[in-house]
Ligand binder design. Structure first.
Ligand SMILES: CC(C)(COP(=O)(O)OP(=O)(O)OC[C@H]1O[C@@H](n2cnc3c(N)ncnc32)[C@H](O)[C@@H]1OP(=O)(O)O)[C@@H](O)C(=O)NCCC(=O)NCCS
Length: 420
């Protein structure tokens, strides 16, 4: 029988060893004390399997994230807590014997007991998590802008960018700098923005020379206007020379901005760095203004993959955690492969201001769906109409899917955001 237990500080070495074994990582690349520094041991659990008596068979941890979700029309977007599953690994000798399944059931139960409403994750492989009720809530759009790319934005945006200054911050391995950058991220209204907990964020910005792999330490470009931080990018440059020509690259791990002017000011600097040939952006969305100003998806070597997967641990509380674009009065019958508390009929009511209530109902449902469909529609990435076309939402009352689609629509695709 597979059993679960909470990790303690005595498990640190075993946690690091199992993680590097599961992910085929180089255990010397990042010293264990650095690798583990972002981990919250109180949220870390180990699985034990009788076939593996000398050490843990599986491992998972979670982060107390904040994710920007749709708000009411008056709010735009809002930040809500999301429990982010991370560090999932199973010892190769006991793979495909149910260790992950046991860990996910434990995780969902544990999240419920903590009073959390929503869980999320980034999947190492897309085929794993749908069976547990997770749905893809955002796409990670990556693209490359060559040096000197013409970025053509409307005059109002240019005027705002012209009032914005940008400056490099060279040492990110510092508590004050980490807090400053996290504050900019918290201020960004962009749907899909993922904010890591302080301890994890600090560890992401820690400079570990062994992990640099021939690139400079991470830098930040901070945009300011009227004495206030209005945006930031986190980047690393890599020098490269070809036939005597500088062909360096800028890897932009994060761009966050409170408005279009700040984004434009950052974008202009990032495509104009000396000795570089191109800047590669990750974690963006298909509606990224910078991508649009730079000519759109056909020109910019765009790649799209799944980013944040979401799932309710409490359907009622998840559905009221976001705001809606139109009034709604609908009964949803929900199927959940793991949590029986989520199963059954829910009455979702949205008032004229876009605020929702969601309670149990005994009346006939208007639509049926699986919890994964709630994850997929939550940030507005996919509309209920599209899921109904796939047979994933079944309509019982004519017009219910169209009404749901209007209320769930956000008008802009979420960002992929930070991976965790
Ligand atoms: C992916 C991993 C965690 C799976 O663990 P596991 O203990 O072998 O999984 P389980 O035996 O509990 O499998 C549960 C279900 O998921 C399926 N599954 C497991 N790994 C899968 C994969 N890579 N792709 C598709 N399905 C997978 C199983 O077939 C099983 O399906 P079923 O319930 O329909 O029969 C493990 O192989 C691992 O540690 N891989 C390397 C690290 C990694 O990728 N971690 C995930 C980070 S997000």
């Amino acid at each position: 029988m597979i059993t679960m237990r909470a990790a303690t500080s005595a498990d640190s070495r075993a946690v690091h060893a199992l993680d590097t074994l599961a992910f085929a990582g180089d255990p010397t690349r990042v010293p264990p004390e650095h690798a583990l520094s972002g981990l919250d041991l109180e949220r870390t659990f180990l699985a034990e399997h009788p076939d593996l008596p000398d050490g843990p068979a599986g491992l998972y941890s979670s982060y107390d994230l904040r994710v920007r979700v749709p708000g009411t029309p008056a709010e735009g977007t809002r930040l809500v807590p999301v429990n982010g599953l991370t560090w999932v690994g199973v010892h190769p000798d006991v793979r495909r014997r149910g260790v992950l399944g046991t860990m996910i059931r434990h995780h969902l139960r544990e999240a419920r007991e903590r009073g959390e409403a929503i869980v999320g994750l980034h999947a190492s492989e897309p085929g794993i998590y749908g069976r547990f009720g997770y749905g893809v809530a955002s796409h990670n759009v990556t693209y490359t802008l060559g040096r000197g790319t013409e970025i053509t934005a409307p005059q109002t945006v240019v005027a705002l960018a012209d009032r914005t200054t940008t400056g490099l911050v060279t040492d990110l391995d510092d508590d004050t700098v980490a807090a400053r950058l996290r504050d900019v991220l918290l201020d960004s209204p962009a749907l899909g923005t993922v904010v890591l907990p302080e301890r994890c964020w600090r560890s992401v910005l820690r400079d570990v020379p062994e992990a640099r792999r021939g690139v400079e330490p991470r830098r930040a470009l901070v945009a300011t206007r009227d004495g206030r931080d209005v945006g930031a990018a986190i980047l690393t440059r890599k020098a490269r020379w070809e036939d005597g020509r500088p062909e360096g690259t800028v890897a932009v791990d994060l761009v966050t901005a409170v408005d279009a002017g700040a984004l434009l000011a950052l974008g202009r600097r990032l495509v104009d760095m000396d000795l570089t040939a191109e800047a590669r952006f990750v974690g963006r969305g298909v509606d990224d203004p910078l991508l649009g100003w730079a000519g759109g998806i056909r020109l910019r070597r765009v790649r799209i993959s799944d980013a944040l997967w979401l799932r309710p641990v409490d359907v009622g509380r998840m559905l009221v955690a976001r705001g809606y674009g139109a009034p709604l009065d609908v009964r949803l019958v929900v199927a959940d492969p793991v949590l029986e508390e989520n199963r059954g009929t829910w009455h979702l009511h949205v008032d004229a201001s876009g605020k929702a209530t969601c309670d149990r109902s005994h009346e006939a449902p208007d639509v049926s769906l699986d919890v994964a469909a709630l994850g997929e529609t939550f940030l507005g990435l996919v509309g209920p109409t599209a899921l109904a076309a796939q047979g994933r939402i079944v309509e019982h009352a004519p017009g219910a899917v169209a009404t749901l689609t209007s209320a769930f629509a956000t008008g802009a695709a979420p960002l992929g955001g930070l991976s965790f």
